[in-house]
Write a protein that binds this ligand. Structure first.
Ligand code: COI
Length: 387
């Protein structure tokens, strides 16, 4: 492990421990695990292990281990419960054609975790430690990585929170880091049929200088009411907007970044700033040229989005995210607005980009950009598990 720097610039001691591999056997019987993997849903089931580490100013990062999944015992005064000093990440492990397992661009998640930590005044976890914790957890729970036939994968959720019991408003001096894993099928039940978005102009997810580009729990807490309203209006997800100098712009959609395909083959997405810098967003932009699309990052006025869907010059809309991968947006609704995108069916470019990305993730296509990060060769026998 290397040392880490606090936001106040203080260097912490260099700890010596790394993520020690757990001796604990799996606790879920193999039959139960197989039944879960046959229909995992999203976020409903957890694997047998977790990764953990702790931070304090005196010791820096220490106590790193992969252990059996277990609950925390928190003092009621624990800072995260009061001031939401918390960040998280989302990435997946994919079963490869030879039975091995690979991550996809995990160093981007590690770098974003550092940036989120900085914004939330949490200690920075060295990126190599982040990747190691995730890789070690996947190795311990390799039997939980689904068969790729259904595009299911093992969703990994690293997180960090203020664990100090103290009611003053200042950065916590005791911090917990952890990673849990959950087998994941499609995020949306509508799946490849596409989703509808409710345009929310009443609430703001993020403002310039706020926490919009950090992956912190507070952003998601603030999105829950707009998301519930979207459901009440019969839509799958909310489309967040942001007002700048009297004009309304597209921000992001629920848990995803938004993309537009125009009739003249531009692939437009809102510029970074208040939105989350998505790993899938970055991947889509990098692949645009291979799909004869010209990638454009710029502010997207809401009026332009609705107007150009209406006049047919926007031909496809889709959303991207680790959980959602690439999900087609087939219609938008809002107070006084109701537009279907083109024919109201998922578009060709959306389907092709989704296929390209999932083929890279599942190793069905040569990894010519070095994005795949193998963590296991072939899976051995299900050793050490109760049957
Ligand atoms: C992801 O796509 O990984 C996310 O973090 C979205 C999530 C909140 C389900």
């Amino acid at each position: 492990m290397t040392g880490s720097e606090r936001t106040d610039g203080r260097r912490t001691p260099v700890p010596t421990q790394r993520f020690a591999r757990a001796a604990q056997a799996a606790t879920t019987p193999a039959t139960e695990r197989r039944a879960i993997l046959a229909d995992p849903g999203f976020g409903r089931h957890f694997t047998d292990h977790m990764a953990r580490a702790r931070w304090s100013p005196e010791e820096g990062w220490h106590g790193a281990e992969v252990c059996g999944l277990r609950p925390y015992e928190l003092h009621p005064g624990t800072a995260v419960l009061h001031y939401a000093q918390e960040i998280f990440e989302g990435l997946k492990a994919y079963r490869q054609p030879d039975g091995g397992v690979a991550l996809f661009r995990p160093e981007l998640n590690a770098a974003r975790f550092v940036r989120s930590a900085r914004r939330l005044a949490l200690p920075e976890l060295p990126p190599e430690l982040f990747v190691e914790s995730v890789a070690e957890l996947v190795r311990a729970d390799a039997a939980w990585v689904p068969d790729p036939a259904t595009d299911a994968s093992l969703y990994l959720r690293p997180y960090m929170f203020a664990a100090e019991a103290f009611l003053g408003v200042r950065p916590a001096q005791n911090v917990e880091y952890g990673v849990v894993a959950s087998p994941a099928g499609p995020y949306f039940s509508a799946g490849s049929a596409g989703i509808t978005l409710w345009i929310d102009r009443e609430h703001t997810r993020a403002a310039r200088g706020g926490t919009g580009s950090a992956k912190c729990g507070g952003n998601y807490a603030a999105s829950l009411l707009p998301q519930a309203l979207a459901k009440q209006h019969g839509c799958d997800q909310v489309l967040h907007t942001i007002d700048v100098s009297g004009e309304t712009f597209v921000d992001e959609s629920g848990t995803m970044n938004l993309f537009i395909v125009t009739r003249d083959a531009e692939l437009v997405t809102p510029s970074l700033g208040t939105i989350l810098p998505g790993v899938t967003r970055d991947t889509v932009l990098a692949l645009a040229e291979a799909h004869q699309l010209q990638a454009v990052e710029r502010p997207v006025p809401l009026e332009e989005l609705v107007g150009r869907i209406d006049d047919g010059t926007i031909v496809e809309v889709f959303a991207s995210g680790t959980a959602a991968v690439i999900t087609s947006v087939t219609a938008l609704r809002g107070p006084g607005t109701r537009v279907a995108v083109a024919s109201g069916k998922p578009g060709r470019r959306t389907a092709e980009l989704r296929r390209h990305i999932t083929d890279l993730q599942f190793g069905r296509r040569p990894d010519d950009r070095g994005w795949s990060y193998p963590v296991l060769d072939r899976l051995g026998a299900d050793s050490g598990e109760p049957s």
